[in-house]
Design a protein around this ligand. Structure first.
Ligand code: UT7
Length: 325
């Protein structure tokens, strides 16, 4: 049976040039390279310049993804940006990216699901593309997480970084089988009762300030491995594949120990895990497309490969996606 799938036709990434090492942080916060590497796997993170809003990062990643897809801004009819660190309270970053790209009038909006934002945004974009409402969609994960840091809180400020990743989604004809290119299955989850584990303590309709990120890291950790594993198995079941069939696992990059724990629990060979946490740290909604682009650029991820994406973040929200490139 012929079906329309939303197919990834281009991937792009952008990292701001400034690199902050663990040693750099240890100069002003009570931490050490040894502790950060041992507990998280993080060695460095990128940090956006003060005059570099998140839309600039998203714009650069989008340009690269369009070029990889052989498309121009004139082709784009849908832009979704997953972000929790917008330039302004409104308008959406997506409309700012649309203006910067010079893309024509179309659909543009942001998705807010914190670190799970990219997986959520992909499922929304899939709905538009697979139903024929968009022919060339940009799905972007972009963050300036370092702007939300309390630099006196060593439990959080060493964990996050800035960056952006983007993909182009286009409709493609499939046969309704798991050999089709494109999105095959999703599992999205949220549990608002866990808000206190990970949140920002400011906002427009409460404090009137931006606020700082607060996290009970070890409690989030405990939820992460169990919940992500369930979502992975559900996404695989919805896609009609076995987790063992996956060629590459592209997880949200929060902590190397979580990546390894989830891979172990799901029976995924560690050789199949794309890990960029050491060099990017946790870039929230940007981390999956950044890792995706990394794996494509270094030649590991190839056309036809079966990919498994997963994330977990504030809300709590979490989810997974299975697609064939
Ligand atoms: O992307 C959204 C999802 N987020 C996550 O998935 C993050 C999940 N959580 C984690 O990755 C880990 O829980 C952390 C990396 C945040 C923390 O690792 P942990 O092994 O859970 O450490 P802990 O919070 O239980 O703290 C252990 C000790 C504490 O000292 P005491 O009380 O045992 O004396 C902390 O004060 O480590 C201390 N500590 C640090 N020491 C040096 C916490 N942060 C630091 C630090 N440097 N940066």
């Amino acid at each position: 049976m012929s079906v329309i799938r939303s197919v990834v036709t281009g991937v792009g990434a952008y990292l701001p040039p400034k690199v902050v090492t663990n040693e750099d942080l240890a100069k002003f916060v009570d931490t050490s390279d040894e502790w950060i590497v041992e507990r998280t796997g993080i060695r460095q993170r990128h940090q956006a310049a003060d005059d570099q809003p998140v839309s600039d990062l998203a714009f650069e990643a989008a340009k690269e993804a369009l070029e990889a897809a052989g498309k121009t801004a004139a082709d784009v009819d849908l832009i979704i940006v997953a972000t929790t660190t917008a330039d302004l309270t409104f308008p959406a970053v997506a409309t700012i990216v649309q203006r910067k790209l010079g893309a024509p009038v179309g659909i543009a909006f942001d998705v807010q699901a914190v670190c799970s934002g990219f997986v959520y945004a992909l499922s929304v974009a899939d709905g538009f593309v697979a139903r024929g409402h968009a022919k060339c969609a940009l799905v972007i994960g972009a963050e300036t997480m370092t702007r939300l840091m309390d630099w006196s809180d060593r439990g959080t400020c060493v964990l996050f970084g800035d960056g952006a990743g983007a993909i182009v989604l286009e409709p493609g004809e499939g046969q309704g089988t798991t050999d089709d290119q494109g999105m095959l299955g999703f599992a999205l989850r949220a549990d608002g009762t866990k808000q206190d584990l990970l949140y920002v303590d400011g906002g427009v309709s409460t404090t009137g300030t931006v606020g700082k990120l607060r996290m009970l890291g070890n409690q989030v950790f405990k939820h992460a491995v169990v919940n992500i594993s369930e979502a992975i198995h559900s996404a695989a079941a919805n896609a009609g594949v076995e987790v063992a069939d996956v060629d590459w696992f592209i997880p949200h990059q929060a902590n190397q120990r979580i990546l390894a724990g989830v891979a172990h629990r799901c029976g995924i060979d560690e050789e199949k895990v794309i890990s960029t946490v050491a060099i990017h740290a946790n870039t929230s909604a940007a981390s999956i497309p950044l890792a995706f682009a990394h794996g494509v650029k270094d030649g590991r991820i190839k056309k036809g490969d079966l990919l498994l994406l997963e994330a977990m973040g504030g809300g709590l929200t979490w989810g997974a996606c299975v697609l064939r490139l």
